[in-house]
Design a protein around this ligand. Structure first.
Ligand code: NDP
Length: 392
């Protein structure tokens, strides 16, 4: 029996994880589930799956959670410290599927306990990659990638020597705006950005996919997780989303990972690792698909990719600035306060301003420094958003 804790259980990755857990009651048991504002879902799942504890991230949701769990043996808790405590409970695998920088502290806490961390929360690696990897090294914890591209690379590397890798290519669908000219992109609406052609995901990552900020985060994630150089990482637009990633070796071989766009593949691979087990995902029929398309990304229309390169070049706390400014800009776009292309403008301005104030590259990556930098970047992003709105 494998004991599993799911951080962010009420979200898209969390619910897909629970779907797989439900299908194998003889193999998986739930230790802790955490969520945010969707306490009814959290309580329902915690009761059904017999979790020891259910935690909402928000203290103002505690009473509702307690009420929803009344009469059940499931403990209720709330707040950031309770998330950390849940992540530390004995478990064979902790799924890190909180969205945003809020996922860092609980994920890190699980690594401090030497747990196996299935990492969907890419923001942790972007903001504090070296801290996560070093903690895992010191405690002997394992980190398994859950992002589909990184799971694909991880699988292509089984039995290979990382030193023989010459390049890693992660694919991007191009999202709903793949062919849009830049002047039309500036007027893209929230509804249009939420209309992803291939993947069903949480709202925030769906918009990040449309702007390619998601791919930008993934490029940085690739560097941090696999420890390869930025110039070895390429992005390839592939509208069908069937090839998730390719790994190029020193002999010229290119190993591709293909599969239908269903996150339960990457989640299931992590849940069952190091074994490979049957999963309830559709099989690819390549003869029916016929052809696959590939094209180079356009960094003028999708500046997030260029900004990711700058962040990797700077290093240190630049990732924390990039992520926080992006999260705040995304909030503003979702609140219809700024336009689609303004998101990259805000992030670029914040990176420039904070780099001018202090050498971000030299900043030591500790949890406190990341939190301070995150706060500062959100304040600067606020100013930048206000300036854009004022001009309009
Ligand atoms: P969702 O928005 O669907 O779910 C996010 C989860 O985090 C929910 O459980 C939510 O609770 C919880 N949450 C929200 N805010 C906070 C907070 N401040 N503190 C603690 N918990 C919070 O996101 P996804 O499942 O789409 O994505 C989760 C992570 O996985 C992200 O990092 C994303 O980049 C990554 N990922 C997602 C993929 C996908 O296909 N969805 C693919 C690859 C990576 P509630 O809903 O109850 O408020």
């Amino acid at each position: 029996m494998r004991r599993v804790t799911v951080l962010g259980a009420t979200g898209s990755i969390g619910q897909n994880t629970l779907d797989l857990v439900r299908r194998r009651p003889d193999e998986f048991a739930i230790t802790a589930l955490t969520g945010g504002r969707n306490v009814s879902q959290l309580a329902r799942d915690a009761r059904e799956l017999g979790a020891n504890v259910a935690v909402t991230a928000f203290p103002d949701c505690y009473d509702d959670l307690k009420e929803a769990l009344s009469g059940s043996p499931v403990e209720a808790a709330a707040g950031p410290d309770a998330l950390v405590e849940a992540a530390q409970r004995p478990a064979d695998l902790v799924m890190s599927a909180i969205v945003g920088a809020a996922g860092l502290a609980p994920g890190l806490a699980a690594l401090h306990q030497g747990r196996t961390l299935a990492l969907a929360n890419k923001e942790s690696l972007v903001t504090a990659g070296p801290l996560l990897m070093e903690t895992a090294r010191q405690t002997g914890a394992t980190i398994l990638p859950v992002d589909s591209e990184h799971s694909a690379v991880f699988q292509a590397l089984v039995g290979e020597d990382i030193n023989t890798v010459s390049r890693v290519i992660i694919t991007a669908s191009g999202g709903p705006f793949r062919d849009w000219p830049v002047n039309r992109l500036a007027r893209a609406t929230l509804e249009q950005a939420l209309n992803h052609p291939n993947w069903a995901m949480g709202q925030r990552i769906t918009i990040d996919s449309a702007s390619m900020f998601n791919k930008a985060l993934e490029v940085i994630e690739t560097k941090e997780f696999f420890g390869i150089r930025p110039e070895q990482i390429e992005v390839l637009v592939h509208p069908e989303s069937l090839v998730h990633a390719l790994v190029g070796f020193n002999d010229g071989a290119l190993m591709a990972h293909l599969g239908v766009p269903d996150m339960r593949h990457a989640i299931g691979y992590a849940l069952n690792w190091p074994d490979r087990r049957a999963l309830p995902v559709a099989r690819l029929d390549l003869a029916r698909i016929g052809s696959l398309r590939f094209e180079a990304p356009d960094e003028t229309r999708f500046p997030a990719l260029r900004l990711a390169r700058e962040v990797m070049q700077t290093g240190g706390l630049a990732g924390a600035v990039f992520n926080a400014a992006k999260e705040r800009a995304l909030d503003a776009f979702m609140a219809r306060q700024i336009g689609f292309m303004d998101m990259a403008r805000v992030v670029e301005q914040v990176l420039g301003a904070l780099q001018a104030e202090s050498d971000l590259g030299r900043g030591e990556i500790t949890l406190d420094n990341v939190a301070r930098t995150d706060h500062l970047a959100r304040m600067r992003a606020e100013e930048s958003i206000a300036a854009i709105r004022y001009k309009e």
